[in-house]
Design a protein around this ligand. Sequence first.
Ligand SMILES: [Zn+2]
Length: 263
Amino acid sequence: MDITLVLGDNPGPYTGAGNNTYLISGKTPTLVDAATGKASHLDALAAALGSAELTQVLVTHAHPDHAEGCEPIAARWPKAVFRKMPWPERDDRQSVEFQPIADGELIPVGDGVLTTVHTPGHAPDHLCFFDEKDGTVFCADLVVLGSSVVIPISRGGSLTQYLESLRRVRDLSPTRMLPAHGPVIDAPGPVIDGYLKHRQRREDQIVDVLRAGVRQPDAIVERLYQGIRAELRLLARESVLAHLIKLQDEGRVRVDGEEWALS
Ligand SMILES: [Zn+2]
């Protein structure tokens, strides 16, 4: 596939250096993710398209740094069709009409075909796109090199689903992953294994802390993330809660109000 990285140019605390979007050139010029619609992003996209017309935008999930650019892209390239897996409450926030994509669908892009892989966990509608020919996976927010992915437990996140999604993509034996943030991942297998190990270690630590009689999420954060910066504390709390809910789903912990304990 003929893939051009087009930078979203939207750096920030949650987006790192900003979002990556990918233009796949060919018969069906397709953009993977819309970023936020910065003028510099649209100009870079226009330059990458040259004389071609953008016909399709695949949105990996409804988080604003991936979807907000849909409206300005639609205004500039009126022939483009926008597609994503539905997440009705969130999709309503964008003015464009999304055509639904299902898990396992084969989508013509550029001069090839991508297979959709539903990978919930970070978001319920999260999709990866897999090029079976060369093993490339557009992995969106499933994996970001050098950082761990947020599981927003109060907004549709699920650690249980996220771990299943990581295993599902690893089982595809991808040769490289193109993420929505950060650099290309050239050795996906070991990176995914590292992610799984990291979450397992965190879970073991939380079980140990519970065993020591610490019961409240904030107190668990205090123990596990000593000296954490105030602005990251909420994220750490979400992560601890994500683990507690996974353990609860497995029947290994129970909750009474704000108090968590091993079963
Ligand atoms: Zn996201």
